[in-house]
Design a protein around this ligand. Sequence first.
Ligand code: ASP
Length: 401
Amino acid sequence: MSKHHTILLLYSIVLAVILGAATGWYMGEKALMFSWMGTIFLNSLKMVVVPLIVAAIISGVASLGDVRKLGRPGTITFIYYISTTILAVTVGMVLAEFILPGNNYNLSLNSSIINDPSSSKGLSDVLLSFISPNIIASAANLEVLPLIVFSIIFGSALTVTGEKGRIVTNFFEGLNSVMMVIVGWIMYLSPFGIFALVATPIAEAGGGAAVLETFTAVGSYLMTVLGGLLIHSIALFTILVILGGRGKKYLCDVMPALITALSTSSSSATVPLSIECATGHGLMKSPVRLMIPLGSTINMNGTAVYQGVAVIFLAQVYGVNLIYSDYVLVAITAAMAAIGSAGIPQGGHIMTLMLFSFVGIPAEGFGLLLGVDWFLDRARTTINVWGDLVGAAVLDRFMKI
Ligand code: ASP
């Protein structure tokens, strides 16, 4: 998407939020006649889930090179990605449970485009859901977790298959690029979808009076995500930067990359600058080249904080009771989901939508979040990029030891 189109889309989304709220306010229940527009938008996002996740993960893992030879730096990188992402989603969930942004705003679960509420799952069920006996059936039922696990295994196998596997790797790389183009096209539908998705809950909640409540709830959701991002970056990343033997100067030196992330909402677009800044500061080339390009698609701490808050916020709004295993499931799935999310503007949307279905949150609840997402996307992308840069510093230190 060109810069000109991105800006146009941004204005259209802001306009759609205002028009959607006004329509829900003035038309009340009659505004429900627009709900089909929201359904089409959500269905188009769901339509690309399976090919997108499969292609993104397989091509991402395949680009690692022979997984048997990743050695110590590869293991540290992997542990860093997984542990910081799980911590990030936990920070998001805990903060949302503490602030309760969705508690004073209630929407009913009886809507037309609802997902089945999750049946209570024990921890063993969570573990069992990692491996599907029938991957085709899982794809058909949009069960993302076994698909992610399968794609990681498949991608790893490709790295050790040599010449014979090259054609398959190329195919998935090509498929990934095609899916990115389709996602870009779907984004053009977003102003219409967002208009309907903002109008519908306001109409359902009774029109006029609900506008203020909606904005208050969405406002506290926004503040919770920002708070989570801040806590995660101050608490965890500061410790890790110190562990990596770097300080304020590192933050200053990588500032151009962080500002680029903030202004482009894309971790992938920021990669060249991040590499430049990190090596310019004095990090060795090999940790930077391992941690940053891969991290731009795999390591998304900011996205994980946002997903944690979003799930808990909407569970509060819809009165979905989450049990212990749901939290574990969300934490693990969100960490996996970060691997499947693309480092492009709003690349985390599709995986977030999938997370909702795990815990029985209606897909249409996503509409509440979309109105402020153009702003949150920028904030979380900055943290995604900062997470990769901090990781590079930590790996650099380990490699020197
Ligand atoms: N825009 C984010 C990134 O590029 C992904 C997302 O959270 O939507 O890192």
